[in-house]
Design a binder for this molecule. Structure first.
Ligand code: ADP
Length: 402
């Protein structure tokens, strides 16, 4: 290896006896299960444990699912598997004669984790590194990842031999690096960034978790873990900062209760859209509960649904579908069958909200005015859900309760 080595073998004219060149990671790639079909594989990496890597992997999976993709999570964090808990999964993975089947979450995200195989999820994994590495490899080679658009890998923390095995054996397309503002973590995250660079895997961006805490009493932000260094790290490695997440007790509660799938105002929604753009895929359907062209006040009793087809953040076509009639629980399923990913409405009943959440459809409520303008505002990121739910008022039934 020459002193000027930038670890980019593809552009290097070094002779074949370069040890670095002969050890390029692609040599160790393992084939997936023959019944698997996976389009994109994204690794979620952190320099150390406890910075929120698993929570961010989960939220990102939920956001991608809400955009209409088929999503899987390969939990490669064998010694600290927290993905099944965040989704409230209690059943075990089925081992069939064809291969191991992931467990589906309530909205249909495929999950494989060591905790889905262990008899008790409190059993510790006291195995040495090579064995742990083999298990992760098997999660790739022996599990049937059926028709997955995005497979997210919750990487083992750190830069040791297990993440190295994952990088070498699974064809990861890109990496998201998660960090928190502590100086110590900043130093360690640079190791993670350098590791990804050495493995020739593109880093899609950095996400800073636990950036600040917003005091509910005075609305001020406090840098609980110290001032952020994320912009400096990003500049030093010419990377993008994709998101900064606050410390939010409701996120902790959602992970603990197993309800991360139904977390409203998902802070990873914009990162999912960025990923879509990076992969050149941005198709989605947005439905607006309307009175002709105006947003209806009450979801269940709207006159029609204006359904907009979106490509690359632009409306490419729209159709109006008459409200087929309000029966409790019917309309959310009807819109799901139309392939809708986002619903915009005025008021909506708690029952309808629940069904949309179960289907992984993003809900924007409290909107008013022109339907097309609202969709454009949503695409620009300026239309936010007020979260206003029609309950216990005279329109209760009209708003789509179960
Ligand atoms: P890692 O995968 O990096 O080890 P986890 O995702 O398991 O970390 O997160 C550790 C704990 O911190 C979990 O209980 C999680 O719910 C909580 N947590 C992570 N990020 C946040 C946040 N932004 N606000 C509140 N709690 C968080």
């Amino acid at each position: 290896m020459s002193e000027q080595c930038d670890h980019n073998c593809s552009s290097c004219a070094q002779s074949q006896d370069c040890t670095e060149k002969n050890n390029t990671p692609q040599d160790f790639l393992k084939p997936p299960h023959e019944m698997s079909s996976v389009k994109h594989i994204i690794g979620v990496l952190s320099g150390k444990g406890g910075v929120g890597k698993s929570m961010i992997t989960s939220l990102l999976a939920v956001s991608l699912k809400r955009l209409g993709y088929r999503v899987g999570i390969l939990d490669a964090d064998i010694t600290g598997p927290s993905i099944p808990k965040a989704f409230g999964i209690r059943e075990k993975a089925a081992i069939t004669e064809y291969g191991t089947l992931p467990v589906k979450t309530k909205t249909g995200i495929d999950i494989m984790s060591i905790n889905l195989l262990l008899p008790k999820d409190t059993d510790p994994v006291v195995w040495r590194g090579p064995l742990i590495g083999q298990i992760v490899e098997q999660f790739w080679t022996d599990v049937i990842w059926d028709d997955i658009d995005y497979l997210l890998i919750d990487m083992p923390p750190g830069t040791g031999d297990v993440p190295l095995t994952v990088f070498q054996s699974i064809p990861i397309e890109g990496i998201l690096v998660i960090t928190s503002p502590q100086e110590l973590v900043s130093m360690i995250v640079q190791k993670a960034v350098k590791m990804a660079e050495m493995m020739h895997i593109p880093i899609l961006g950095l996400i800073e978790n636990m950036s600040y805490f917003t005091c509910p009493d005075n609305g001020k932000n406090y840098a609980v873990f110290g001032e952020s260094h994320i912009e400096e790290i990003a500049a030093a490695h010419r990377l993008k900062v994709l998101a900064k997440l606050p410390i939010d007790p409701s996120l902790t509660a959602a992970c603990d209760e197993g309800s991360i799938e139904f977390y409203v105002d998902n802070p990873l929604a914009s990162v999912a859209k960025t990923l879509q753009q990076t992969k050149g895929e941005q198709n989605m359907k947005i439905a607006v509960a309307s009175e002709n062209q105006k947003i209806a006040e009450h979801f269940g009793h709207c006159r029609n649904f204006n359904i907009f087809q979106i490509e690359n953040d632009k409306i490419v076509s729209s159709t109006s579908v008459d409200n087929p009639g309000h029966k409790p629980g019917f309309l959310p399923n009807f819109l799901h069958e139309q392939g809708v990913n986002v619903i915009i409405a005025g008021g909506m009943g708690a029952g309808a909200i629940e069904i949309f959440q179960e289907k992984g459809i993003e809900i924007i409520i409290g909107a008013s005015g022109d339907a097309t303008e609202a969709v454009n505002a949503y695409l620009e990121g300026t239309l936010k859900s007020t979260g206003s739910v029609c309950q216990d008022h005279k329109h209760h039934d009209e708003c789509g309760s179960r």
